[in-house]
Ligand binder design. Structure first.
Ligand code: GDP
Ligand code: IMO
Ligand code: MG
Length: 427
């Protein structure tokens, strides 16, 4: 069972960091395949808490080689500060590999992200302001800078010039900002080059050879299915493909190599930034989920929008990713409610709809149809097996599994590595 994909089944922050870290002890490689430092993954090991943004969560497992694949966008300053932060805490990061084909988030792309959002005003996406969208736009427009370009000064100079030719027009004439000097950007990027060099590798070759040698490779998605540029709630999405197919393009591994796709699914729903969210709560229950679940963004510190579990979305995630399993997280957060509403379908313009509508307009009009499930009041954080859970918690999990279309193979009952109930083994 050598290649697994692990990804978010909702709008991100499902607990991917914890799930990846948990599997990290049994895998040889953990690979990020898309996104960049817009991600915020929390990993709790004993009494230590780590917040990872760009680095794969496998970096905390000593036997595991962390890989940043070609599909990721890399901000070199963030990379270096994340590495030194971990080194200071005694984490060995020397095994890290970075694809030479990964694109670089340049300082001007961070600027463009921020000014574009400001310009959009109330139509803004609510991005993390890390330069993610503009960097992917440059990649698609074929004016991107890649990690390998840092090692050819004259190519780097030409490419930065080409990119800034257009951007400086926009910055000065449309956004009323100062132009950015080519030399300054080149100098800054070259300043990172030597420190990053030891990590740069042909990661496609490394990963395919590892799979041939029967090594276990885990592909870790940043973000979630509904934030996918193709399959998410466009335009309120991120600019890459966190869905399972993204692992193939973003790491250079063929789909025939992947044999398990695990969706991380929160026992309720959260979202950060703008965009539709049918089960969003604006009342005390929403406040309680936010408070008990600690629902505050790891990257931007924004409060997360909170709502009940949405089975329509979970079914959709099963379909577009070909999920083989779910890892249900944060079940402990739901302890204490008498009854827990679960969205089983939508009502759109007076009609009941069972599946996620492809039309943006319909999705904006979707109202949740709730089924009430009985709650539980017992503390479940010490549960080690499914049978340790109170009957109503067991029934809640079974109901979610039935509605979502894939088996729930693990359940999170707390943030720590050991606060997990394993039902089926992943590897
Ligand atoms: P990610 O972006 O998907 O990695 O998720 P985040 O780290 O942004 O958010 C998930 C939060 O929930 C983190 O604070 C985790 O420590 C925490 N967490 C993960 N699993 C569980 C769980 O089963 N129960 C509780 N109470 N917290 C969890
Ligand atoms: P993890 O990996 C939640 C959201 C932003 C915004 C939209 C676009 O922790 O699950 P971007 O900066 O990517 O262009 O912003 O996507 N977003 C996330 N929301 N968790 C994340 O990552 C996110 N990464 C991006 O809030 O709505
Ligand atoms: Mg997160």
């Amino acid at each position: 069972m050598p290649a697994l994909v692990l990804l978010g089944a909702q709008w991100g922050d499902e607990g991917k960091g914890k799930a990846t870290d948990l599997l990290g002890g049994s895998v040889d490689y953990v690979v990020r395949y898309q996104g960049g430092n817009n991600a915020g993954h929390t990993v709790v090991v004993g009494d230590q808490k780590y917040a990872l943004h760009l680095l794969p969560s496998g970096i905390l497992s000593p036997g595991c080689t962390p890989v940043i694949g070609n599909g990721v966008v890399v901000d070199p300053s963030v990379l270096l500060s994340e590495l030194s932060g971990l080194n200071e805490r005694g984490v060995d990061t020397s095994k890290l590999l970075i694809s030479g084909n990964a694109h670089v988030i340049t300082p001007y792309n961070v600027t463009v992200d921020k000014v574009t959002e400001r310009f959009l005003g109330k139509r803004k996406i609510g991005t993390t302001g890390r330069g993610i969208g503009p960097t992917y736009a440059d990649k698609i427009n074929r004016v991107g800078i890649r990690v390998q370009d840092l090692y050819d000064e004259s190519i780097l100079q030409q490419k930065v010039e080409a990119a800034l030719d257009v951007k400086n027009q926009l910055l000065t004439k449309l956004y009323n900002r100062r132009a950015i000097a080519v030399d300054q950007v080149v100098e800054e990027l070259l300043g990172y080059a030597e420190q990053i060099k030891p990590f740069v590798a042909d990661t496609v070759l490394v990963l395919n050879q590892a799979l041939e040698d029967d090594k276990v490779v885990l592909f870790e998605g940043g973000q979630g299915t509904l934030l996918d540029i193709d399959h998410g709630t466009y335009p309120f999405v991120t600019s890459s493909n966190p869905t399972a197919g993204g692992a193939c393009t973003g790491a250079g591994v063929g789909p025939t190599k992947i044999n398990r796709v695990i969706g991380i699914l929160k026992a309720y729903t959260t979202r950060v930034g703008s965009g539709p969210f049918p089960t969003e709560l604006f009342d005390e229950d929403g406040e309680a989920l936010r408070r008990i679940g600690g629902e505050r963004g790891v990257t931007t510190g924004r409060d997360r929008r909170c709502g009940w579990f949405d089975a329509v979305i979970a079914r959709y995630a099963t379909r577009v990713n070909g999920l083989t399993d779910f890892f249900l997280t944060k079940l402990d957060v739901l302890t204490g409610w008498d009854q827990i509403p679960v969205c089983v379908a939508y009502e759109i313009d007076g009609k009941r709809v069972e599946e996620l509508p492809y039309s943006q307009t319909d999705f904006h009009h979707a109202k949740p149809v709730y089924e009430m499930l009985p709650g539980w009041s017992e503390d479940i954080s010490k549960a080690k097996s499914f049978s340790d859970l109170p009957k109503n918690a067991q029934a809640y999990v079974k109901a979610l599994e039935e509605m979502s279309g894939a088996p729930i193979s693990a359940i999170g009952v707390g943030p720590g590595r050991d606060e997990t109930i394993e039902i089926n083994s992943f590897i």
